[in-house]
Design a protein around this ligand. Sequence first.
Ligand code: NAD
Length: 229
Amino acid sequence: MRILVLGQGKTGKLVAEVACERGHAVQGLDVLENADARALTPEFFAGFDVAIDFTTPEAVVQNMRACLAAGAKIVVATTGWYAKLPEMLKLAESTQAGLLYGTNFSIGVQVMLKLAQQMGASLAGVGYKFSIVETHHVTKLDKPSGTAISIAEMVQRGAGSKIEVPIESVREGDAKGTHVLQAVSEADRVVLTHEAFSRRGFALGAVRAAEWLASRTGCYDFRDVYSEL
Ligand SMILES: NC(=O)c1ccc[n+]([C@@H]2O[C@H](COP(=O)([O-])OP(=O)(O)OC[C@H]3O[C@@H](n4cnc5c(N)ncnc54)[C@H](O)[C@@H]3O)[C@@H](O)[C@H]2O)c1
């Protein structure tokens, strides 16, 4: 496949590496070549099967608009833009484009989301109080992390109501991403932790998602499709 990787920062570079290892032809673009999505014309997209975005909350919206308007396919791993999701879904539908987005492309976190839902279903009704602590590197732009928001949503989905799930955000060093969900009662505590040791899990998940999306159109949340990859 021909894969376009938008963003050549900490994770985007690794995505390009993993995609090459898996036999794909890869082109990477960073802000110098693509400020305000200026490289992303329909003709340019025609040269690729799928794009993968690991940029910033501002850049990704411009990149998605350009990609979806061209009817192309994009895997969006960048977080912090979800207020624009309804607009993007509408645009993708109108052009029969392909959009696969996710707050976390590691399989381990996807399993944690399922377990969080189960904790919400089993513990919220019997007096447990939930909270989340997420820890990331100091240059992360969004807060709380998209993954922490997804975990809270899954607890609420399990509980069947919008119970409070406060999120504490810690920013330190080059932390790759740790999420701790706890449920506390007067008698005990249940703790669920996911700790990323490297960014490779995200990169591999995003490339596998791109391979999956390449033969489809429509809009997908990674948490609903990861088990099909
Ligand atoms: N969903 C996931 O699994 C997952 C995992 C890791 C990171 N992320 C998210 O991915 C994003 C990037 O993370 P990172 O740690 O690699 O950040 P980073 O700051 O290291 O890299 C971002 C890169 O995007 C580039 N960029 C900015 N505007 C651009 C444009 N218009 N076109 C192309 N490139 C542009 C920047 O110059 C930079 O090199 C963040 O939103 C982060 O939260 C998601």
